[in-house]
Write a protein that binds this ligand. Structure first.
Ligand SMILES: Cc1cc2nc3c(=O)[nH]c(=O)nc-3n(C[C@H](O)[C@H](O)[C@H](O)COP(=O)(O)OP(=O)(O)OC[C@H]3O[C@@H](n4cnc5c(N)ncnc54)[C@H](O)[C@@H]3O)c2cc1C
Length: 489
């Protein structure tokens, strides 16, 4: 089949999925007043793959079917492949201003990374290695959109998952001839209403005990699997939903959900890990998949930082404040963030390391830096947009005023420098949407946490940093050398 069109993607959402929003079951995601616009924004990404000027850049020939498939499924074998994949991710991310952190390429790269490392799964039995490899090829050939969930809801954060109240955290309840039966909840599954399948993977550390084994699993099932339901948080597109006034929150609310597994049967061929704590704990690092994912989200971060810089530059031009020294210094801070991200991505590609089965892994060191810095950088970039935009972001009325009785008032006070009143309204409404709205708040929360708790990530960074010993030794060598030279004449 190969790459899908936006229409094919939208049609694929019409199934028996159980999505619950504000107390009601959503009958048709693509046609829903709150969810439909996001489905259509995702459909635009699929359509880009078919554009004559982008087809070569966004797709490649499947090694098995010969069909054109999405380039985020490529198993990179060189720095050139990593650069090609960067071009693909960047094109999608620029299309959405980096605001769709869970666009399908995110999970495509996950599953590809796992598919390349199928021997890791086969350590528990060769069928598990076969399953993940088959699933990777199936997802690639059908261009499926995946949501994922790595965490169990924790009622008491001081206790491990197996000591939470019974029935809360999803666990393997039993095995049958057909597969494993999962019961309990998983959080957070962003994008679930718009996904074809859900990947349920382990991420938090599990104790190596008999009691923890039912929580050690990895599998993928369709969102429309019987017994599986998703409960959404309230929609962010509630403020009238006009794209001109709320360009992001009306169109790109990816939606965050809790997944409830009500005795869900997962067929054996979709099971990649079952009751194996060691494999669950080592999954992301030992497969090398983490490096591939960090490459994807570093590119997303670059697109997002560039977009905010573009917003800020335009705002300053529109009110002619760019010549002020304080303004230039704030803009310089944004420029530094952009260039740091760009450099880290290029370094990771250039200094790649060997991965499983002839693949290459982007170098983890610069990508870890991005992973730890961006949760602090992003809120600062948003703060700068607020500092530069100030009251302009609340003075701009809705676009409807331009066609109403007060149009002349609005045209008078919304004049800009080098922009029309309509352009000025649109620009500052967009700035509001990325820096002040509920959508903006959720984006900041996302950047703080989506890749894990930054505090514990910092510990992992310190503990895993490979250059500590030589750096320490260099200092001792220096001290010894200087000590031998004796007092200066
Ligand atoms: C908008 C958004 C979308 C997301 N989408 C997804 C998704 O699609 N799929 C997915 O799998 N995950 C998703 N996540 C979840 C993300 O993986 C987690 O937020 C992240 O791993 C942190 O876990 P937590 O939210 O439970 O925070 P916690 O781990 O509870 O951390 C919150 C704070 O409490 C502290 N803390 C809590 N417990 C302890 C403890 N025992 N010891 C020390 N400190 C502690 C932390 O240091 C931190 O400061 C999403 C998160 C957000 C915010």
């Amino acid at each position: 089949m190969g790459i899908r069109t936006g229409r094919q993607f939208l049609d694929s959402l019409r199934d028996e999925r159980q999505i619950w929003l504000e107390g009601e079951r959503v009958k048709d995601v693509a046609g829903h007043p709150r969810l439909g616009a996001t489905a259509h924004a995702l459909a635009e990404l699929y359509d880009l793959q078919h554009r004559a000027d982008l087809n070569e850049q966004l797709t490649y020939r499947s090694p098995t079917s010969g069909e054109r498939v999405g380039l985020s499924f490529i198993e990179p074998a060189s720095a050139e492949d990593l650069a090609r994949r960067r071009g693909m991710v960047k094109t999608w991310m620029d299309w959405c201003g980096g605001m769709m952190g869970r666009s399908p390429d995110f999970m495509n790269i996950h599953i590809t990374g796992f598919g390349s490392a199928h021997e890791y799964f086969a350590r528990a039995g060769k069928q598990f290695g076969h399953n993940i490899r088959q699933y990777y090829e199936y997802q690639r050939e059908h261009d499926l959109c995946l949501t994922h969930t790595l965490l169990s809801p924790a009622i008491d954060k001081s206790r491990p998952v197996q000591q939470q109240p019974p029935g809360v955290a999803a666990a393997i309840e039993r095995e049958t001839q057909a597969g494993i039966v999962i019961n309990g909840a998983r959080s957070v599954a962003t994008l679930a209403p718009f996904a074809n399948e859900i990947a349920v993977f382990p991420s938090s550390y599990l104790q190596n005990s008999e009691e923890a084994r039912p929580y050690a699993f990895a599998f993928c099932v369709p969102v429309a699997t019987p017994g599986l339901r998703f409960i959404c948080r309230p929609s962010l597109s509630e403020l009238g939903g006009r794209p001109g006034d709320h360009p992001f929150s009306s169109r790109m609310d990816e939606m965050d959900c809790v997944g409830i597994f009500d005795h869900v049967l997962v067929p054996w061929e979709r099971v990649f890990i079952a009751r194996d704590v060691t494999l669950a704990n080592g999954l992301f690092v030992e497969t090398g998949c983490m490096n591939q994912i960090m490459h994807q989200f570093a590119i997303k971060n670059l697109a997002k930082a560039e977009f905010l810089l573009g917003v800020a530059l335009n705002m300053c031009d529109a009110v002619n404040s760019s010549r002020a020294e304080n303004v230039q210094n704030l803009l310089a801070e944004m420029i530094d963030a952009v260039e740091l991200l760009r450099a880290a991505i290029r370094a990771a590609e250039a200094d790649h390391a060997p991965g499983p089965n002839g693949t290459v892994l982007p170098n983890g060191q610069p990508l870890w830096t991005v992973r730890l810095m961006f949760p602090r950088l992003y809120p600062r970039l948003v703060e700068i947009v607020q500092l530069l935009g100030s009251s302009n972001m609340v003075l701009m009325p809705g676009l409807a005023e331009l066609a109403g009785e007060r149009a002349r008032d609005v045209e008078l006070y919304c004049q800009g420098v080098g922009v029309t009143p309509e352009q000025r309204i649109r620009l500052f409404r967009l700035a509001w949407d990325v820096a002040c709205s509920s959508f903006a708040g959720r984006q900041t929360l996302y950047e703080r946490f989506f890749s894990g708790d930054p505090w514990r990530l910092g510990m992992a960074r310190y503990q895993g940093y490979p250059h500590k010993e030589p750096l320490k030794q260099r200092v001792w060598d220096f001290i010894a050398r200087v000590g031998k030279e004796g007092p200066a004449e």
